[in-house]
Design a protein around this ligand. Structure first.
Ligand code: NDP
Length: 269
């Protein structure tokens, strides 16, 4: 019987995950089907339970259910626990494993696809929501010189930094007014691009040879235009999307698919 997987979100119709996982399944010869399922805003746990009861083997979870998935899982990986959010569920005989592959996806895209080393770099992470939370620990594991979390609501950046590494000399957080110096890597993990907005960055935020990375994908954003105009290299979040999916696929199937052909497929589409 074909194994069933799905992504749960609300909204979810725009999701590229079914396309990505269908391509991974073809490439690796796995007999599986992957659907996008809209869960009611007040009915996520019930939707997952029904899918599992009908034979589902695992799921991805997207906005706004990642924290609920964290509570639903009966076992958590260390990276999911650190993130406080789950984007990958695997249904096992003895329970439900919760994992978070977003941070691994970002790091794999930066190191593997974009050729950007993170050791010794000054990193600026914009945003203190779910996406930012998921990438802080994986970025710190790459031994940057510093990681500064900046947020429109500064208190959220300060408390996220404290929560992730209370006594770290490398990690700190604050508001845009307190931004100091230039950064080798500036990551936009805010929802500003979704609304066509630019976070209030100072003009001189980019170091020489800096990379500006927007987690949003599918269209040019004010942040990437701002960075390009200041001489920075730019990248969107499509690579992160495909890499986090590859990591989830491996959690479910024990096989690591190649991501480059799938990224090409998506860019052409
Ligand atoms: P959340 O709603 O959890 O967080 C939103 C964050 O954006 C908050 O820090 C908020 O600040 C900030 N923000 C919102 N509007 C503005 C603005 N106009 N100016 C400055 N800051 C702003 O969202 P997520 O963290 O879940 O998602 C953020 C983005 O990341 C989305 O675009 C999402 O699509 C993308 N994403 C991409 C992934 C990929 O694989 N490529 C994976 C996951 C997410 P405040 O606290 O002040 O409200």
């Amino acid at each position: 019987m074909t194994d069933a997987y799905a992504v749960f979100g609300n909204p979810v119709a725009h999701s590229k995950s079914p396309l990505i996982h269908a391509a991974f399944a073809r490439q690796t010869g796995q007999d599986m089907h992957y659907a996008a399922l809209l869960a009611p805003l007040d009915g996520f746990a019930e939707a997952v339970a029904a899918f599992r009861a009908a034979g589902g083997r695992g799921a991805n979870v997207t906005v706004p259910f990642k924290e609920q998935a964290f509570s639903l899982a009966t076992r958590l990986t260390a990276r999911a626990r650190a993130a406080g959010a789950v984007n990958t569920l695997r249904f096992d005989a003895d329970g439900m494993l919760g994992d978070n592959t977003d941070g691994a996806g970002l790091v794999a895209d930066l190191l593997g696809n974009l050729g950007v080393g993170l050791a010794g770099k000054r990193i600026l992470l914009m945003g203190a929501g779910g996406a930012a939370r998921g990438v802080v620990m994986p970025l710190l594991e790459q031994a940057p010189a510093s990681l500064y979390i900046v947020n429109r609501t500064p208190d959220k950046a300060i408390s996220l930094a404290r929560e992730m590494a209370a006594d770290s000399a490398i990690l700190s957080g604050g508001g845009y007014d307190a931004l100091d110096g230039r950064f080798d890597l500036v990551i936009n993990a805010t929802a500003a691009s979704l609304a066509g907005d630019l976070p209030p960055l100072p003009a001189e935020v980019f170091a020489a040879d800096a990379l500006a990375y927007d987690m949003m994908y599918g269209k040019d954003t004010p942040f990437l235009a701002f960075a390009r105009a200041r001489g920075a290299r730019v990248a969107d979040g499509l690579g992160m999307l495909v890499e986090q999916a590859a990591a989830a696929f491996e959690v479910w199937r024990g096989v690591r698919p190649l991501t480059a052909p799938v990224m090409r497929l998506l860019r052409e589409a």
